[in-house]
Write a protein that binds this ligand. Structure first.
Ligand SMILES: Cc1cc2nc3c(=O)[nH]c(=O)nc-3n(C[C@H](O)[C@H](O)[C@H](O)COP(=O)(O)OP(=O)(O)OC[C@H]3O[C@@H](n4cnc5c(N)ncnc54)[C@H](O)[C@@H]3O)c2cc1C
Length: 510
């Protein structure tokens, strides 16, 4: 049976759930949410909002300024300012749908100071990850309103006709390939983590979505900017990949090198709290480069002096360490940078619509807000606010007189699968991504990767596995973007251009 909706949302993370909630509030009820699983959202610990009750006198203006500054001033000012201005609306939306944030004893919101922000403005949940609370509350409420979240669906293509979105091709939970139709398709499919070897991302964020967007005709922006989470646990094996929240630095944690020195103080005499993630990443790499790193290529975070109750207020982190035999009040914890989130994505206008009419992108799927580096906790805030703003625009489109009907004729559902072809190309392409797209980048390495990826894409067998072709093409797109970006910004450090080299040498005192 042919399926069609007024709006299709691909994804069930925070951006998608916020969009669905706001669409419902705006009167749109025929919403098809199709997702593999819940993406990075259940792992969200921190989410920032500018609240009127903030005792530090926080403001929308300061929030926008922090975002642009942390992003090396290349974020899209209009999108950033719109996001800051709608911060309170994003918070109110989550509250209306039942999300509870941690409170102080006097009933005010408990605010944490996370990296890149002038003031404490980060909200959390102290009994579990706030992302778990968000997924639980929004999916329950949506399903009570007859808007179920269909999980186990993998989007393979976005369908277009005459430059307008008209639906998606999916692999459904039975393994069948089918088309689902709608003139409004919202991509809430998250970032690109699994294009890389080790990352903090869950398995449902494959990253071939960059190529899916490009095939549909969308433009991409800032896709050379991958975020590295600076303080991810590197040992013991059972806790590897668990991010130590940068909010810990705001709670008084220190970063130390193998000589026990608080090396961040060399560049931040005021202390570690509030350091931008890029700075922490660079300084950690600098210590490792100077032979003052840890066994696994990181440094140590010292939490021993922090009150146990405070550590326990980050239960996912505290428990993961304790379950693996590390008591943070007794031992230093080995941490270092790992690929963690993506600042680029689909280029959108202020309604979060791409160049393709009816094809929108929200959350980590879209780019332009975070610029060269994002403030901690802002991926979540951007997911919530972009979902809200996009939903308002999409609801207007659904209600307008020129709203299209879904494509009348059934388009062919095209997809090829060949595991041997996938295995022949994708692991090598991922290795190239790790080598060429780390924090330190060199034109020669990028060019070699580009040439090899193009060789792969030119092979006839590639046509036998769509996902392999999309994965290799996505890495190729990132490599080309990194080659074009000749200056160093954020975690993109180009060593082969005189100005970039100078910047690097100045910073690293070579
Ligand atoms: C371990 C970890 C901790 C994090 N902590 C924080 C934090 O504390 N604060 C913060 O701001 N950010 C944090 N982030 C980043 C944050 O989780 C993401 O940026 C955020 O979840 C983005 O929301 P989203 O809805 O855009 O995407 P996601 O939450 O990633 O959701 C993407 C959705 O798309 C679906 N999907 C993907 N591809 C397809 C496909 N082809 N077909 C169908 N469905 C698909 C997924 O299944 C999922 O439902 C963290 C990330 C990780 C991995």
């Amino acid at each position: 049976m042919r399926r069609e909706h007024d709006v299709i949302i691909v994804g069930a993370g925070l951006a998608s759930l916020a969009a669905a909630a706001r669409l419902y509030e705006c009167g749109v009820t025929d919403i098809g949410i199709y997702a593999d699983s819940f993406g990075g959202t259940p792992y969200i610990a921190a989410i920032n909002f500018v609240l009127p009750e903030n005792p530090y006198g926080d403001s929308v203006k300061q929030y926008a300024k922090d975002m642009l500054h942390a992003g090396y001033d290349i974020g899209n000012r209009e999108l950033v300012e719109e996001m800051a201005a709608n911060s309170l609306n994003g918070y109110a939306l989550l509250r209306r749908w039942g999300v509870e944030f941690a409170k102080n004893e006097d009933g005010t919101a408990r605010l944490r100071h996370v990296s890149g922000h002038t003031w404490p403005r980060s909200l959390c949940c102290t009994t579990e990850l706030i992302g778990v609370e968000i997924v639980k509350k929004l999916t329950d409420e949506l399903s009570q309103k007859q808007i179920p979240v269909h999980t186990g669906y993998e989007c393979l293509h976005v369908l277009t006709k005459d430059g307008h979105a008209c639906g998606i091709t999916v692999k459904n939970p039975d393994g069948n390939i089918e088309n689902i139709y709608s003139p409004v398709v919202i991509a809430g499919w998250g970032g690109v983590g699994n294009l890389f070897g080790t990352s903090t991302y869950p398995g449902d964020i494959r990253g071939n979505t960059l190529a899916i967007a490009k095939e549909a005709g969308a433009d991409l922006i800032d896709i050379e900017f991958l975020e590295y989470e600076p303080m991810v646990v590197m040992s013991p094996p059972g806790a590897v990949g668990e991010p130590c929240p940068t909010a810990m630095l705001g709670e008084g944690a220190y970063l130390k090198n193998s000589e026990g020195e608080r090396f961040m103080l060399r560049v931040r005499p005021q202390g570690e709290a509030g350091s931008p993630k890029t700075l922490i990443n660079r300084q950690i790499w600098k210590e490792v480069d100077a032979g003052k790193g840890s066994e696994h290529g990181g440094v140590w975070v010292d939490l021993r002096h922090i009150d146990r109750e405070i550590l326990k207020a980050y239960p996912w982190f505290f428990n993961r360490l304790m379950d693996n035999g590390v008591d943070p009040n007794r031992e230093l914890v080995e941490v270092g940078p790992m690929a963690h989130s993506f600042s680029g994505g689909i280029m959108v206008d202020r309604h979060y619509e791409s160049k393709v009419k009816g094809f929108y992108a929200i959350g980590e799927a879209c780019g332009g807000i975070h610029g060269g580096c994002r403030c901690a906790g802002n991926a979540a805030s951007q997911a919530a606010v972009s979902g809200l703003l996009c939903a308002q625009a999409a609801a207007m489109a659904v209600g307008s007189s020129d709203h299209r009907d879904p494509a009348e004729e059934d388009l062919p559902a095209v997809y090829a699968e060949n595991k041997a072809v996938f295995e022949a190309f994708v692991p090598e392409a991922r290795e190239l991504a790790v080598k060429a797209l780390g924090i330190y980048r060199h034109g020669d390495t990028l060019m070699q990767a580009k040439t090899r990826l193009e060789e792969m894409l030119g092979k006839e067998e590639m046509g036998q596995d769509t996902k392999a072709a999309q994965t290799v093409a996505s890495i190729h797109l990132m490599v080309c973007a990194a080659l074009r970006r000749e200056e160093s910004r954020g975690t993109h450090m180009r060593l082969d251009f005189p100005e970039s080299r100078k910047e690097f040498e100045r910073e690293f005192s070579i």
